[in-house]
Design a protein around this ligand. Structure first.
Ligand SMILES: Cc1cc2nc3c(=O)[nH]c(=O)nc-3n(C[C@H](O)[C@H](O)[C@H](O)COP(=O)(O)OP(=O)(O)OC[C@H]3O[C@@H](n4cnc5c(N)ncnc54)[C@H](O)[C@@H]3O)c2cc1C
Length: 600
């Protein structure tokens, strides 16, 4: 039973995890495959829409979990951790991926199509490169840093995302035959207009690498850093002297990345006599930072090393992920809520941060507009202060090039669907076009821009998935106690055993992965009613264990058919047990699921 585009949209909205994922990963599909022990299928389902499955399996913001319907019962399915379970078996971390990658993307055509220049080798640029190359384009990435990866390498700390893993996932993309110029800053090494003239199309994906400042008295003192610059330096192997007492200003994830990195770096400074690493390889970067975190914690206990996060928000308002906050607290980081920065104290070098109590963070319309309580100033002593108060794009590279329309706040104006700018040769996406977001948003933008460039240049795109509804005759779910299994905690290394920048989160073992996967409510299974067969006997209502089916008067159901009845199904309550389907005497109910033709 093929379904048309509107039906497909309807269906995707009935699968909230898939609808919420910017690249529409069939999370329910791979979670079910794991529950059934079909791990290879699971990997392929996760890999097909996303060239970074192993990276996303560790640090994706996981909008799928926020949308997961199981969250309304108890807690969402741990979809990201389940993805990691299969990438560890079949992803780049398994060292045996080339065959399965090939299977995921099919044959690579010769690069004889129009030449696309990509400015910025972060996730948006790399995802676009992958799709463009697979459509036969010649592709060159221009990257200002010495290595590709963007904020995956320059921003996200190594204890959350191992560097070898990023390198291998990028390598797998480059093996498609993509040209790369690193250490090449467009706007300096070559003008933007020359670049535009040399290529048929340009995709601008330069991210938001500029840290925002706080224009408070003392902001120019030595020892006041911006979080993105601080992380970029540490991640590239530069030694940044932060001292024993570090204050981080900000309540977002970047603030916690900076705080946890500073804690690890502070541990190195306290006890590690090795020379500080200078600009160099990953190995250099790790040198001098391998001191155990328990040393840092001892230092914290001895009062020698204190890392404090100062946030405007209350615990209920703070934007950082609860897991990040819990991990930071477990590592001994102190969080001061509802305190705002007022002044940087010191002469020449910073010695403290004067804070002031927060009255409110948002105004009546929900706009960010903090107000403070007068005469509540107090000073936190600090050897350094790291500001994590936002990022912006550096668009100076465009100077002298084609004029691109801007938004009122100075950003690039793009078509929301195609990502094309006001110049038909130039597309822009990822953080530079949307403001700081997440990896998966950047990947989706890269893919969207690639699809639009491919369409515009007349190349043949990879075939779009076609959705079909498939019947599940005699459907009967095996697990009767659908809510019996509680979310399996995602394992982490005990805080007293965390070594330097080593990864903190650990994957599920097979038993836990299978149990966690069984928690999926299988929203992709849908009860379908053939109204012409329904005799309104009500047996489906009687048999439903969650009372999600009701027979209502059609007029009260808003259908405008006075004195007729209608069968209503509450999709949110439905657990897809199939009892109603099996009970229905005239066979008016059936269980169907959405299947992408050509996929597993
Ligand atoms: C500290 C930190 C932690 C984060 N943690 C997470 C997380 O856990 N999960 C998550 O989903 N997201 C996270 N994010 C957000 C995520 O990293 C970004 O949303 C994503 O990387 C944006 O991708 P992008 O390709 O648009 O830009 P970027 O990743 O910023 O890549 C842009 C690239 O363009 C290059 N470039 C810039 N100017 C030029 C030029 N003139 N010429 C050539 N090249 C240029 C840059 O060097 C960079 O490599 C984090 C961000 C930060 C800063």
């Amino acid at each position: 039973m093929p379904i048309g585009e509107p039906d497909a949209r309807w269906l995707w909205e009935n699968e909230p995890c898939r609808a919420a994922c910017p690249v529409h990963t069939d999370a329910g599909g791979y979670v079910t495959a794991i529950a059934e022990g079909r791990y290879r299928d699971a990997y392929l389902i996760a890999r097909r829409p996303n060239p970074f499955p192993s990276i996303c399996a560790r640090v994706c913001a996981a909008p799928c979990e926020a949308a997961c319907r199981r969250g309304t019962v108890d807690a969402p399915v741990a979809i990201r951790a389940l993805k990691r379970f299969v990438t560890e078996k079949f992803g780049v971390e398994s060292f045996s991926t080339s065959a399965i990658w090939h299977e995921a993307h099919g044959p690579v055509p010769p690069a004889d199509g129009p030449w696309v220049g990509i400015v910025g080798g972060g996730p948006a640029g790399l995802a676009a490169a992958c799709d463009l190359r697979l459509a036969g384009h010649r592709v060159t990435i221009y990257e200002a840093a010495r290595q590709l990866g963007g904020m995956m390498v320059l921003g996200i700390p190594e204890y959350r995302l191992p560097r070898g893993l990023i390198a291998r996932e990028i390598e797998a993309i480059l093996e498609l035959g993509i040209e790369v110029r690193t250490d090449f800053r467009v706007g300096i090494d070559e003008s933007f207009s020359t670049l535009v003239d040399r290529h048929d199309s340009i995709f601008l994906a330069v991210g938001t690498g500029c840290a925002r400042d706080l224009a408070l008295p003392g902001h120019e003192l030595d020892g006041v850093f911006r979080a993105v610059e601080y992380l970029l330096n540490v991640n590239q192997g530069f030694h940044v002297e932060v001292g024993d007492r570090v204050v981080v200003v900000g309540g977002g994830n970047v603030a916690f990345d900076a705080a946890r990195t500073a804690l690890r770096a502070a541990a190195g400074e306290n006890v590690d006599a090795e020379p500080a690493p200078t600009r160099g390889s990953d190995a250099d970067a790790r040198r001098g930072m391998t001191t155990t975190l328990d040393v840092a914690r001892s230092a914290v206990r001895a009062g020698a090393s204190v890392v404090t996060v100062v946030a405007l928000e209350s615990p209920d308002e703070i934007p950082a992920d609860p897991e990040e906050i819990a991990e930071a607290e477990a590592e001994g980081i102190r969080i001061l809520y509802r305190r705002g920065p007022h002044r940087f104290v010191g002469e020449g070098r910073v010695t403290g941060l004067e804070t002031i109590d927060v009255e409110s963070v948002f105004d009546a319309t929900g706009r960010f507009a903090p107000t403070f309580v007068p005469d509540t100033e107090s000073t936190i002593p600090a050897d350094s202060i790291i500001l994590a108060v936002g990022q912006a794009a550096d668009l100076d590279l465009l100077d002298g090039g084609p004029t691109l329309e801007r938004t009122p706040n100075g950003g690039l104006r793009i078509d929301d669907a195609t990502l094309q700018t006001s110049d038909p040769r130039i597309w822009a996406g990822g953080d530079v076009a949307r403001g700081p977001r997440n990896l998966i948003d950047a990947i989706a933008d890269g893919r969207r821009a690639a699809a639009s460039i491919i369409a515009t240049s007349g190349q043949r795109p990879a075939p779009a998935p076609e959705m079909h509804l498939e019947l599940r005759p005699g459907y009967q779910r095996i697990d009767s106690g659908y809510d019996a299994i509680a979310r399996r905690p995602v394992p982490t290394v005990a805080s007293e055993r965390r070594i330097g920048f080593a990864e903190v989160e650990v994957g599920y073992d097979e038993a836990d992965a299978r149990l966690e996967a069984l928690r999926c409510l299988r929203c992709f299974d849908n009860v379908m009613l053939s109204p012409e067969l329904c005799i309104l006997c009500g047996l489906c209502v009687d048999v439903c264990p969650t009372d999600c089916i009701v027979i209502a008067r059609a007029d009260s159901a808003g259908l405008g058919l006075a004195s007729q009845s209608a069968l209503l199904l509450d999709e949110d309550l439905c657990i897809r047990c199939g009892l109603c389907v099996n009970r229905c005497p005239p066979g008016a109910l059936s269980m169907v699921f959405a299947k992408e033709v050509g996929n597993v």
